[in-house]
Design a protein around this ligand. Structure first.
Ligand code: SF4
Ligand code: SF4
Length: 259
């Protein structure tokens, strides 16, 4: 016991200061909010669209005056942050910043057009925020997927992130929960289990879709045994993009429910 205490003393304070202080430095390979500079695109180029394995990049008409005036958009709800598009882009028009704050309350606000920055949101209903502002108990539902999301969500319960300090905890029973945190595309095998778990959470309740799978189906999009995300089965209040979302991205998203 003395040895353990000595070691802990030696380690000092491990919990990150975020959000009161700065976020910890992220590794070079971290990919956050994308930036699209359409002015760098060569004429008639569609290399990024062709390279994307999940159809997250598309053309969109940018002017009401001419349907030939197209720009690019990325659907962050589908994006796997795999960088196939940036590798294929000859003009270096797409890049990924280190901004980890990706979560949105509305699905449509996950679509980022070239030249745009963050979409402004009105946020959750004030009454809901008042109800869950001090304490939020979540039941996690793993509805298919590869378990990458769950692994990074588990990190939030370590002393580095210490999710409990915000009054947010994962609970074993949906009857004790204020809401669900869903990962995976909702496979056919998990559909009924998700519906029953949702019904078991007392109202009012919140639903969070974490990861590309839970938002859109992710790499399983369009598969006959997947349901292309949680909101095809239950109403979703918060979308946390990523494949998997970095723990900081998830933490930022969860704290959006309490602001
Ligand atoms: S990073 Fe996202 S948008 Fe780019 S190719 Fe991968 S999935 Fe598609
Ligand atoms: S979003 Fe990515 S990491 Fe998460 S379950 Fe799906 S494939 Fe795995």
């Amino acid at each position: 016991m003395l040895k353990v205490l000595k070691e802990r003393f030696k380690q000092g304070k491990c919990t990150i200061a975020y959000p009161a202080g700065d976020a910890p430095p992220l590794p070079n390979r971290f990919r956050g909010y994308p930036a699209i500079d359409r002015s760098k695109c060569p004429d008639n180029c569609r290399a990024c669209i062709d390279a994307c394995p999940v159809g997250a990049v598309s053309f969109v008409v940018s002017s009401a005056l001419s349907c030939n005036d197209k720009t690019i958009q990325i659907d962050l709800g589908k994006c796997l942050f795999c960088t196939e598009c940036t590798d294929a882009c000859t003009g270096k028009a797409i890049s990924f910043t280190k901004n980890h704050e990706l979560s949105k309350h509305k699905r449509e606000n996950l679509i980022l057009k070239a030249g745009e920055t963050m979409n402004v949101e009105t946020g959750l209903d004030k009454k809901i925020k008042k109800l869950f502002g001090r304490s939020l108990k979540l039941r996690q539902v793993s509805a298919g997927g590869c378990n990458g999301c769950e692994a990074d969500i588990n990190v939030l319960s370590t002393i580095v992130y210490d999710l409990g300090r915000f009054g947010i905890q994962f609970v074993a029973s949906p009857r004790h929960a204020d809401g669900l945190l869903i990962t995976g595309p909702v496979t056919e095998n998990m559909k009924l289990a998700l519906e029953k778990t949702y019904a078991a959470v007392p109202s009012p309740k919140l639903v969070i879709a974490a990861g590309a799978c839970a938002i859109s189906g992710g790499p399983y999009i369009g598969h006959c045994q997947a349901n292309n995300g949680a909101d095809s089965i239950v109403p979703v209040d918060l979308y946390i993009p990523g494949c998997p979302p970095h723990p900081l991205t998830t933490l930022h998203g969860l704290l959006m429910l309490k602001k």
